[in-house]
Design a protein around this ligand. Structure first.
Ligand SMILES: Nc1ncnc2c1ncn2[C@@H]1O[C@H](COP(=O)(O)OP(=O)(O)OP(=O)(O)O)[C@@H](O)[C@H]1O
Length: 838
């Protein structure tokens, strides 16, 4: 038998232990540094490596197929031999191995003379029925070679095979001798020899006992059978035992008695033998088999687990901290070790994808050489008319305008060009010419001329840019593109507030949407809350879909988007209270700003039981500030100024937009606290000065063409464009997802003045109050003289009535000589209101 034995060392390209270690180390490295894995192998060395490794891999596959061919060949030949051995045996006895060369000899074995000879050799001359172990050997060699990993540990498998051959052939020999059977060679020469030897040595009974004990011993060793009575084990202990058991043994044993299919068994082998290497998925059947055979370990969350855990008092259930019930020391230690993750509130939340946004075509900047040449000549000629010579002129084509940068000839004073600005613009007769003399930081003069064909800057392009994708800004906003096409993406937290102005239809609302969409693409609902005030009632209403994700509101309010002046005042004051609360929290935590505070909170250095919580950023947006300040004046201005002065450190940022950039709206106190200001096209130079402290915004071309005063610089940008349907898609995408149970609640604000007035009202309300209210609402005119006329009252009493109507919230505050705004619009609404207050 020795000469025919196949040694594992002779097997082709069997991976060595060192190879496997290298491979595992390589995988670890890749897991650690996945980028490296993705980087295409550029160096010649790595190419070489690829070549070198691909060759053995191919050979492995070929050898695997070859192994499996041998396995199948032996299996068919052996099985056929079971039925044809009688017919073929005589011929092999007479011809021996010459039968392989003798074409005239005919045999019955399905695999012909070779099949018959090999089967006879192994069954009769060697190991009998145990020959099937050889099929198994070639099978596992093939698997190892094909998978390219050590699915089966060959050394231990050979040990198992040798033991199996010895045992099976001996047992077969013993049975044949006991039953005096001399037909089919079940035992082979080896089995017959060993069993014969044993029977002579220790007798038939002794051999029988030896065989039984060997089998039982093997099973005990394999199953690690606990022979003592089972001691009570906790579920964790059982789990531990299961996991630490030697995988090869457990599988081999588990598979053998139930004779699973090859697939089932292979699945188990592969799963158990390669714990540290990632393997193929466990076939379903195999897992069923395992479930049947192994003791059932209940899932920790299953009722069974709970009861068994309760019995053994080991289960650790981590609950949210309860005030009176101090967590167990072990649980507490675990909790403090893991940083708090605010996004786990809504752990399944998905950020909107770029597919929701459109590419607004016309993205590429068209460089029209004709146009450039024409403009260049016109500029040169115009300047020549004013005796200004040019040394050099260069053009930078932007999305909306082209910047012509001029180096004047020696001796030309820049101030002269600046003085001629209007004349030059007139001569160039193009709308939207802006002269920058000199360009800051350069000794040159810039003339911006609008392009005939303008490009749209889609927000999608900006959000897809690497700068935005990779940013670590806290509140990144993609505002637009500069004239040199650089993306202008800035952090709102550094601004820290933003004032936007521009005549109607010039791009303010689009600008606000671009800012909000940028934030929604970068922030999780736990990190950002929006307070939206929209007196125009149309622009921001589409954001109500995301109320339970991103909006903040006053407690008890139905609508999160504020359209009413009174509510706007309340909201601003509530924000001031939120700011004060946050300052107190920061003080207690010893943090200087929201960033430090949240960092401490995340690392569980602040106790939630003392009121500490993760603080989301709050961004307040007011679209149409003019309406508010005109109706509520100081009541609006004061809280805004306070917030603008102080709220930055606690993560509250303001964005205020207005159509009317006049000084009574953008007051000194507001302006002083908003250092970053954006101007879309305005109607006059005065307006431009009000916003930017300089002219230029009146020269803009509209449609998102804008100037931003950003820390001393004035930068011209083409605002990013996002259309309403795009915003709708984004908010719907967010709104469809699971959100919080309600909007983020701002603190309750109690208007003391209002309360005083209310109590006063109830006591001293004029008996004509109701009638006056009806007249005012019916006519929708908040005029004292109207009351005087209609009710035939003196000026004082009518004035008092009007004050009472204001206190009750039926009319707005006095607006000088103009009528007051009537806040209740219909008589039905008034009836309801009166019922409530009278
Ligand atoms: N960045 C931009 N790129 C291209 N087109 C724009 C851009 N911004 C605005 N537009 C065009 O101008 C139109 C008006 O813009 P928008 O609604 O933002 O004006 P607005 O200043 O908010 O006006 P209003 O104050 O009356 O609400 C848009 O419908 C769009 O066609």
């Amino acid at each position: 038998m020795g000469k025919n034995r196949l040694k594992s060392e002779q097997l082709p390209s069997q991976p060595t232990a060192a190879d496997l270690k290298k491979e595992a180390a390589g995988k670890k490295q890749m897991r650690k540094n996945p980028k490296k894995e993705k980087t295409p192998a550029k160096s010649s060395a790595s190419k070489e490596n690829t070549k070198n490794t691909s060759l053995p891999k191919r050979n492995h596959k070929l050898l695997a197929i070859f192994s499996w061919l041998i396995c199948i060949f032996l299996f068919i030949a052996f099985t056929s031999y079971l039925f044809t051995w009688k017919e073929d045996q005589d011929k092999i006895f007479s011809l021996s191995y010459h039968i392989l060369l003798n074409n005239e000899a005919t045999v019955q074995n399905l695999l012909g003379r070779l099949g018959a000879y090999i089967s006879h050799f192994f069954f009769y001359e060697e190991i009998g029925i145990a020959s099937y172990f050889l099929c198994y050997l070639f099978f596992i060699i093939g698997v190892n070679l094909l998978v390219g990993r050590r699915v089966f540990r060959i050394s231990s498998q050979i040990f198992f095979i040798v033991l199996g051959i010895l045992y099976v052939s001996t047992a077969a020999g013993f049975l044949m001798q006991i039953f005096n059977y001399s037909g089919f060679p079940f035992a082979g020469a080896l089995g017959t020899f060993i069993s014969d030897y044993l029977i002579h040595l220790i007798g038939a009974l002794g051999t029988f006992i030896l065989l039984i004990l060997t089998a039982v011993g093997y099973l005990v060793w394999k199953f690690n059978v606990d022979i003592t009575l089972p001691s009570p084990k906790t579920p964790q202990q059982e789990l531990h035992t299961e996991q630490t058991e030697e995988p090869v043994q457990a599988t081999t044993f588990a598979s053998a008695p139930t004779a699973p299919t090859i697939n089932e068994w292979l699945g188990k082998q592969m799963q158990q033998q390669n714990e540290d290497l990632q393997l193929i998925e466990k076939p379903e059947q195999a897992s069923q088999l395992e479930a049947e055979e192994k003791p059932v370990i209940p899932h920790p969350s299953s009722p069974a687990a709970t009861t068994s855990a309760a019995k053994h008092d080991v289960e650790l259930e981590i609950k949210p901290p309860v005030k009176d019930d101090a967590p167990q020391p072990e649980a507490a230690a675990r909790l403090t070790q893991q940083p708090y993750e605010p996004t786990l509130d809504l752990r399944d939340y998905q950020y909107p994808s770029l597919d929701l946004l459109d590419d607004h075509g016309a993205e590429t900047i068209i460089q029209d050489n004709e146009e450039l040449k024409k403009n260049k000549e016109q500029i040169i000629n115009t300047l020549k008319n004013y005796d200004i010579d040019i040394r050099k002129i260069t053009a930078t084509v932007g999305p909306t305008v082209t910047l012509y940068e001029i180096v004047p000839a020696a001796g030309v004073r820049i101030s002269r060009i600046k003085n001629l600005e209007d004349d030059i613009a007139l001569s160039l007769s193009a709308l939207g010419i802006r002269i920058i003399a000199p360009i800051p930081g350069k000794g040159t003069i810039g003339i911006e001329v609008p392009n005939e064909k303008k490009a749209t800057v889609s927000i999608r392009t900006l959000l897809a840019s690497e700068k935005f994708q990779r940013t670590n800004m806290q509140l990144p906003i993609a505002l637009g593109k500069k004239i040199d096409n650089e993306n202008f993406i800035v952090d709102l937290t550094t601004m820290p507030h933003l004032l936007m102005a521009g005549a109607t239809g010039q791009g303010k609302s689009v600008g606000i949407n671009a800012i909000l969409v940028s934030l929604l693409y970068k922030k999780h609902p736990s990190q950002l809350k929006l307070v939206l005030i929209d007196p125009k009632k149309v622009e921001l209403s589409l954001y109500r879909t995301i109320e339970k994700h991103f909006l903040a509101k006053l407690p008890g309010e139905e609508e999160a988007i504020i359209t009413d002046t009174k509510k706007a005042i309340h909201t601003l004051n509530a924000l001031c209270i939120e700011m004060d609360i946050r300052y107190d929290l920061l003080k207690e935590a010893g943090a200087r700003n929201i960033r430090e505070y949240n960092e401490k909170f995340v690392h569980r250095k602040l106790n939630p039981e003392k009121g500490h919580r993760f603080l989301p950023f709050i961004v307040l947006v007011i679209d149409e500030f003019a309406d508010l300040i005109m109706t509520a004046g100081k009541e609006i201005e004061m809280p805004i100024a306070r917030l603008a002065q102080l709220a930055r450190a606690v993560g509250i940022h303001l964005i205020i937009a207005t159509q009317r950039p006049s000084v009574n709206i953008i007051t000194g106190i507001i302006k002083a606290n908003f250092s970053v200001r954006i101007a879309f096209k305005v109607s006059s130079k005065v307006d431009s000065r009000t916003i930017l402290d300089t002219g230029g915004a009146e020269q803009l071309v509209g449609k998102g063409d804008m100037l931003i005063a950003y820390y001393g610089d004035i930068v011209r940008l083409q605002c990013a464009f996002v259309d309403t349907p795009e915003v709708e898609r984004v908010v719907e995408f967010i709104g469809r997802q699971r959100g919080y149970t309600e909007a983020y609640l701002l603190p309750e604000y109690e208007d003391e003045k209002e309360n005083q007035l209310n109590s006063l009202q109830q006591a001293d309300r004029d008996p004509l109050f109701e009638e006056a209210a009806r007249i005012i609402v019916a006519t929708q005119q908040g005029s004292t003289s109207l009351l005087q006329r209609r009710m035939k009252l003196g000026y004082n009493r009518a004035g008092r009535l009007m004050d009472q109507l204001e206190a009750a919230g039926i009319v707005g505050p006095s607006m000088g000589s103009k009528s007051r705004e009537v806040l209740i619009k219909t008589e039905a609404e008034l009836e309801q209101f009166l019922q409530k207050i009278l």
